[in-house]
Design a protein around this ligand. Structure first.
Ligand code: SAM
Length: 287
């Protein structure tokens, strides 16, 4: 018999009481208790019987159970040692799940993908503490890990920032970084009452499908991202002032104005007006 599903408040409370589990704030532990949200995550991630899925932060295994039923194989990486005996119980009926007790930031995911999926693109599903979501996503995209898509639960505002373009107040370095590597798709908005305990903020599920080909060509990727960060560090400043003041890149006002002129842009334009294509062009002119 397949284990009774955890995706309801009663079962979750039962497990937590049985193991006398204490929620740890530092690990951002808010467990999902809503089956509809889990269905939406599985559908958004497009998990199928051929797939190898890396789950980051399984908690008590609520989403892991769903993943195990849809995927070929699942590896779930959990930092909190206290959760390991719980996961061993809640996932005992699934022979396609491996639990790793580790900090995902210290794990060699490229090696894992090589070993478990012959180096073919993997799917990543995560409901993570918000403060490590961005470093994890960017780390995965910037490294050599073969990725098909990443489906993550993030703070609602972060999901917005990942999707927007120039001319909105949410537009920034994260929007450009995400869109350079992937196509974002908002799969669901998730209110606080879908978690135990309830977080203070609204959440959203966003899928990032890695581009097969980058949407822009740029000579020096690293320089472009330095330029982007410097442009949004002082977002109320014009580009010529913001970039001139930046300690990360070595360009002066005259060089910036000359490059902007070549691009047909005003000398007083701000970074928040530029598209990814324009940042790539500016980067090529200044690098
Ligand atoms: N996936 C579960 C769910 O949806 O109910 C739990 C989600 S909870 C928001 C985040 C989980 O990530 C916790 O179980 C936490 O212990 C784990 N976690 C936090 N930081 C981690 C890290 N650096 N590496 C691996 N797991 C981590």
């Amino acid at each position: 018999m397949i284990n009774e599903k955890l995706s309801n408040p009663q079962k979750t409370i039962e497990i937590i009481k049985k193991y006398d589990f204490a929620f740890q704030k530092k690990f951002g532990q808010n467990f999902l208790i809503d089956a509809h949200v889990l269905d939406k995550i599985i559908a958004a991630a497009e998990v199928g019987p051929e797939d190898f899925v890396l789950e980051i932060g399984p908690g008590i295994g609520t989403m892991t159970q769903y993943l195990a039923e849809h995927a070929r194989e699942v590896v779930a990486v959990e930092i909190d040692t206290h959760l390991i005996p719980i996961l061993e119980e809640t996932l005992s009926e699934y022979d396609n799940v491996t639990i790793i007790n580790a900090d995902v930031l210290k794990l060699d995911i490229a090696e894992l993908a090589q070993e478990k999926n012959d180096g073919k693109p993997i799917k990543v599903v995560a409901n993570l503490p918000y403060y490590i979501t961005t470093p994890i996503i960017m780390g995965l995209f910037e490294s050599d890990v073969p990725i098909d898509n990443i489906t993550v639960m993030v703070q609602k505002e972060v999901a917005q920032r990942m999707q927007v373009g120039p001319g909105t107040k949410e537009y920034g370095a994260l929007s450009l970084a995400v869109q350079y590597y992937a196509e974002p798709y908002l799969a669901a908005n998730v209110p606080p009452n879908c978690f135990m305990p309830r977080p203070k903020v609204g959440s959203a599920v966003i899928r990032l499908t890695r581009h097969k080909e980058k949407p822009v060509q740029v000579k020096d990727e690293k320089f472009m991202f330095k330029l982007i960060r410097a442009s949004f560090n002082q977002r109320r400043k014009t580009l010529q002032n913001g970039l001139n003041n930046s300690s990360e890149i070595d360009v002066n006002k005259a060089q910036v104005v000359e490059a902007l002129e070549k691009m047909g842009l005003s000398a007083t334009v701000r970074g928040e007006r530029l598209t990814l294509e324009q940042f790539a062009q500016l980067s090529d002119l200044l690098s």
